[in-house]
Design a protein around this ligand. Structure first.
Ligand SMILES: [Mg+2]
Length: 368
């Protein structure tokens, strides 16, 4: 089977997140950008991938078209035992252009599509290519966008709980907001606090100390810059809270650095950023060897979310799927990923990623 074409598809689906906002992605953001990667083969089989996009969609589309596609079109689709070597070779070929960031987002998109193809060739879900499934549904947490006002944080938390979520993450950096969220959801439900690299180590330690009465499961990315693993380790040790990080790290190499600095209790690889399924799998194995918990980053609804669910189905370790809390105008997967009454999402059972994207939605929301 030969790779005939690698086609990026940029789509933009409007959303409504109530009082929450995605302003940090760009002023007035009210839509979620996704870049799907379609790998067309000479046999008629098509694989779907997902490259991290948001406000860098055009750059990612260019990276796929100009950096990735010319190096893989015409090659044989890698077999299961060739996927790791294929990824390593492409990473090496492209390292001059920036090893991480947009280069790796583009590589991630291709890698996910190749894993989808490997599953479709074998007639099995992606997870089955790696090991038997240990979960058929993954508990999801509602990942609230940044809100600010404690009252509004509390009401959105209550709304999410009423809809069936059994774990909540807020993107807030005030103790008042954390307290409001905890009071809204009660003492037993996991509450996570994502800080998006907002603070210095000293400020983050003080914040962690003040948050402790509200029992966050973890503080996510407490310090700037995200690669300052020493400071992150200090927050964990001196703030006496668990720390999660990893959405801004690429490849298992960076995760190894983070873990060896004792900078994290939870690692958060993002399959559309870290290097696809290949690197995600390496990070998961590294976490297991290092006694660090896995809690992936997946605030997106394209093939990357499906890949995340496939990988989480291999674990029964209470890892959760991140579900971006918003009403969207359309979904690529119909209602196949609806939240169950148990607060979990069924893992699709079709071959590869498990589902095919709705072409009609792709056309309707295409960005020209
Ligand atoms: Mg985050």
């Amino acid at each position: 089977m030969i790779i005939e074409k690698v086609v990026p598809h940029h789509i933009r689906i409007p959303f409504d997140a109530g009082p929450a906002s995605a302003a940090r992605f760009g002023k007035g953001t009210t839509a979620l950008d996704t870049v799907l990667v379609e790998v067309v083969t000479d046999t008629g089989l098509t694989g779907w991938g997902d490259a991290f996009a948001y406000a860098c969609s055009d750059a990612v589309v260019a990276a796929i078209g100009q950096m990735v596609a010319p190096r893989v079109v015409g090659l044989a689709v890698p077999q299961l035992d060739e996927l790791q070597g294929f990824s390593d070779r492409l990473q090496k070929q492209l390292h001059l252009f920036g090893r991480y960031g947009i280069t790796m987002f583009a590589i991630s998109g291709l890698d996910i599509a190749l894993w989808d193809l490997a599953g479709k060739s074998a007639g099995k879900p992606l997870s089955d290519l790696i090991a038997p499934r240990r979960r058929s549904a993954i508990p999801a947490y509602a990942s609230l966008l940044s809100i600010g006002k404690p009252d509004a944080v509390a009401s959105e938390c209550r709304k999410a709980v009423a809809e069936g979520y059994r774990a909540i993450k807020i993107h807030e950096t005030t103790v008042e907001a954390v307290a409001a969220a905890r009071n809204a959801i009660g003492p037993d439900m996991p509450l996570m606090v994502d800080m998006n690299c907002a603070m210095s180590a000293a400020d983050a330690i003080a914040f962690a100390t003040s948050c402790r009465p509200y029992a966050p499961l973890f503080l996510e990315e407490p310090v700037w810059p995200p690669e300052d693993y020493k400071s992150q380790a200090r927050v964990q040790m001196n703030g006496r809270v668990a720390v999660a990080a990893g959405e801004n790290a690429c490849t298992a190499w960076q995760f190894n650095e983070m873990i060896s600095h004792r900078a994290v209790n939870f690692v958060q690889p993002s399959v559309t950023k870290v290097g696809g399924v290949t690197e995600f799998g390496r990070v998961a194995a590294l976490a297991d060897r290092s006694n660090v918990r896995l809690m992936p980053h997946s605030p997106y609804f394209g093939p990357g979310l499906l890949a995340t669910l496939q990988m989480l189905s291999l674990r029964d370790d209470a890892s959760l799927a991140e579900w971006y809390y918003m009403d969207r105008a359309a979904c690529l997967w119909g209602d196949a990923l609806a939240l169950g009454s148990d607060g979990a999402i069924r893992v699709p059972t079709g071959p590869g990623l498990g589902l095919e994207p709705d072409r009609e939605v792709m056309v309707r929301y295409a960005v020209p």
